[in-house]
Design a protein around this ligand. Structure first.
Ligand SMILES: C[S@@+](CC[C@H](N)C(=O)[O-])C[C@H]1O[C@@H](n2cnc3c(N)ncnc32)[C@H](O)[C@@H]1O
Length: 246
């Protein structure tokens, strides 16, 4: 439902960590009713968010796949930022045009749209132009600690969330200076992350969760994972807090 009668709304809809039944009732309702559906994906792939709603879309739904022009092909830097910035601007233009023509659009987002999500780059650009709404979702990290079967924070535990893309020294400092830890975006950074965790003296406490809440879910202690093991994009490292409990 649009806020303005003649302008559509762009809905950033969080789909949760990867199981259709971990989607909110609001997300389910919006996805099933959507005439226009947009989603990011790596070029040549189906896209996790799109796969998650398989069988839920209207027969006449119009899909807009937003293929990332780069993912890990070029290092993060000015050229990478330029390329992505032009890409997000083009996606924004397309979505804004639909909304200005009176169409609502559901943008499918993994986990929660406002948590390290690509949708945030559209949101920032769309806000000035058309109505935008966001539906929160269960995050991947929530799926990960649930998969591990162990609570993440007790009592006054401090939880740090970091990405493995940080420099090694910074990672080490963060790992040492927290009770509980979540590290996202691991991929090829696993050897560096492992060194940081070990340098902080916490190698034995770390777990790696792959594909949390998805059919391929796998939970292992970090010590069981080799540096040469391919770590999938959907991987999270956890250290559980050990805080006060009655
Ligand atoms: C661009 S961020 C998106 C995060 C997402 N918006 C969320 O709320 O979890 C992508 C990273 O999230 C993590 N991730 C998200 N869902 C996951 C899942 N189900 N299992 C493991 N890792 C996941 C991975 O570390 C991945 O590299």
């Amino acid at each position: 439902m649009s806020i303005h009668p003649s302008i559509g709304t762009i809905h950033g809809v969080g789909l949760g960590p990867g199981a259709a039944d971990l989607m909110s009732v609001r997300a389910d309702r919006l996805v099933r009713a959507a005439r226009h559906v947009a989603y990011f994906r790596k070029a040549g792939r189906a896209g996790r968010a799109r796969r998650l709603v398989e069988g839920m879309l209207r027969a006449d739904a119009v899909e807009f796949a937003m293929d990332y022009p780069v993912t890990t092909e070029i290092p993060v830097g000015p050229a990478y930022n330029d390329c992505l910035s032009r890409f997000y601007a083009a996606c924004t233009e397309h979505l804004a045009r639909l909304a200005l023509a009176g169409e609502d659009v559901v943008v499918l987002c993994e986990g929660d749209p406002f948590f390290y999500g690509s949708f945030m780059h559209l949101h920032a650009r769309l806000l000035e132009q058309v109505p935008v709404s966001v539906v929160p979702g269960i995050t991947g990290m929530s799926g990960a600690w649930t998969a591990s079967g162990v609570p993440i924070t007790w009592g006054e535990d401090v939880l740090t969330v970091a990405t493995a893309t940080l420099p090694e020294e910074e990672l080490t400092r963060r790992v040492a200076d927290t009770d509980a830890l979540v590290v996202m975006k691991i991929g090829r950074h696993l050897p560096k992350l492992r060194r940081a965790v070990q340098a902080a003296g916490r190698g034995d406490e770390a777990w790696l969760v792959e594909y949390a809440a998805m059919p391929e879910q796998r939970v292992r202690q970090l010590a069981e994972v080799g540096d040469d093991d391919a770590v999938p994009y959907f991987s999270i490292l956890l250290i559980h807090g050990q805080g006060r409990r009655p």
